[in-house]
Design a protein around this ligand. Sequence first.
Ligand SMILES: Cc1cc2nc3c(=O)[nH]c(=O)nc-3n(C[C@H](O)[C@H](O)[C@H](O)COP(=O)(O)OP(=O)(O)OC[C@H]3O[C@@H](n4cnc5c(N)ncnc54)[C@H](O)[C@@H]3O)c2cc1C
Length: 690
Amino acid sequence: MITAHQADPTEDLRRERSQASFPSRELAALMAGGEAQLKLRERIADAVRADPVFSKKGKYFMERADLYRTTLEKYLALPRLATAIDPNDPITVGKIIRELIDEPGGLDLHLGMFIPTIQGQGDEEQRKHWLPMCTKLQIIGTYAQTELGHGTYIRGLETTATYDAEKEQFIIHSPTLTATKWWPGGMGKTSTHAVVMARLITHGRDRGPHAFVVQIRRNEDHQTMPGVTAGDIGPKMGYNAVDNGFLRFDHVRVPRRAMLMRYSKVDPDGTFHPPPVAKASYGTMVFVRSDIVMNAALYMKKAVTIAMRYNLVRRQSNPGGEKASGGVGQKGLELQVIDYQHSQRSLFPILARAFAFHCTSDFMRRMYFRYEKVSTRKGDFSALPELHATSSGLKAYCSWATKDAIELCRLCCGGHGFMMLAGFGTTFGNYAPNATYEGDNNVLCLQTARYLLKVARAVAKAAARGGDVRDAEEGAQGTSAYILEGGGGLEPGCQLGKSVGLRDTEAALGAFAHAARRQILAAASRAGTLGADAAMSRDMVAWIKAAKAHCAYVVLLNFVDAVAESKPRVSSATAAVMDRLVSLHALATMDDNMGDFLEDGHVSADQAAAIRAEVAVLLAELRPDAAALVDSFALDDYFLNSALGSHDGDVYRRLYDEVQSAPFNASHVPPGYADLLHSRLIKGAGRSRL
Ligand SMILES: Cc1cc2nc3c(=O)[nH]c(=O)nc-3n(C[C@H](O)[C@H](O)[C@H](O)COP(=O)(O)OP(=O)(O)OC[C@H]3O[C@@H](n4cnc5c(N)ncnc54)[C@H](O)[C@@H]3O)c2cc1C
């Protein structure tokens, strides 16, 4: 038995929890949507942990084939367990189990893109035909859009679907090397089918990219269909339980009804009917982007939970003496690394941002489902431009921030943070492509920027008419309504720390709105009468920055609103800690981007210094609540799968125990020993010991 050091990390975490200023359970219940929801999540986590199929033991030591297989096993066992936990609502339970598994696998695209695309773009008959087979896993599908030559520029796709009216069939073909589909998840080995995006050609005319359901592999023996070439694209920086693949077609014939025809249609004689509303098929894309916003909150919580718990138990020197960092250093012990101020400055704003993203993801979910209701029930697509702009921008803003936060959390954990056992490696590797897939983040910011340009022009037009800029309101709905408020007139400077306190959220919101509005209106003014494409391409960096500033405002707005709405339902202690988080999020974000606020003098140099000082005060105030705040995310150890982030803080024991059973440690003799090392080392035999 190896004895513990005198500073017991588990005791450290226990003490940290006991000194919290608020009940973490109360905040956890609020975040989960109520105590019943929280209990349900706990019950599900207990069931998953108890089921051997779901075990994550040894996951970090696995080869790719084993990782693929064990992940697939978990996904296949998911419906059984979900139904056992709640036969009345296996879908909700299944979603939570999938979140807990926390490993994208061979079925991810089937669940996340293939089914939603058929649901969103198939007509009723097509949905009835395909979806039952999908849910029973009698077919497994992927989504094949990106090609070797083109990803972002969808109109550049080269795969063709040429209609043959005589046989009432489409001929799917990859005419060039660069037309090869590249990246579809699950394409490498798992899928039998794919939604293939191909340029529709009818009556000799190119109608642009459309979606076709194409069988890729036979159900009988999983061999490729005639004319299809497919395989796996090889190892990636992460995401390796997913078999991303390549796919080529050599004049593969599919029936006319393989084209998803909810919006665009092709008659048997080849007559083409465009969608009644341009961009009506954007629904699936918007849904998936909204989902990424929701996941950003989850992975930010995950990274900061691991890093915070480890920073609370890791002790390293005590440069300021035992009373360093406000007296938190304990006599005779080294300092907890969280008490180094830079650790707090790194981790606490991430903590606050995780709460902010949680609120933003709730907002995104509500916005999407509201749109879905009115668009499907009433055929009303009027909310689409704003939804599209918001989901694009927030997808980019939140996924960038989360990717960076995971890495910053790792850096705050020193050497042990670099162990796979810490959990940051797979979390980063699996999370990072969120910045690329479903639309490269810079490109998505430009889509948001186009919308902002339209709003800015409506504002300018109304102002030029000499009327109230509010006349332009039809162009500025919901999240962009703040653009109207500046109205081109002179605005008073930021009031933070002047007529109101530094923690005044309305004044902070005003500053965020001002910074975004200023950048949007300035870029719009530089654009003059240029078309949107030219405006974006000539002033791209400024527009991307303006879109980010807009998103920063939307995130803060949602955080402020959600906290204001929740406070009456919680104790005053919890309300107080929520207020601190909002203030920290607002002020630390300003501090990190101070140039945007100083540039036009909206914030003065003195205010900037005061904001920085207030951030330091907030860090100290939040310090006693650090453990309780990450506890309130209620992330189960099974999900975290981290030797550094477990709830009990028993970091060193876990690290030590886990490596004892590592396959690489099975023998002292390394691979290649006989032919590479033995002949050299043997010569030292008998002389190597003094
Ligand atoms: C892990 C992973 C999984 C994926 N899964 C799938 C899948 O299942 N199915 C599928 O079809 N695809 C999938 N993809 C592909 C993904 O959707 C594309 O990689 C993504 O859309 C970006 O396209 P691209 O690779 O062509 O990048 P490019 O467009 O080549 O981008 C390269 C650079 O050029 C810039 N750029 C390009 N165009 C513009 C523009 N108009 N304006 C400004 N800047 C521009 C980008 O910002 C970027 O910096 C996956 C990718 C990854 C990494």
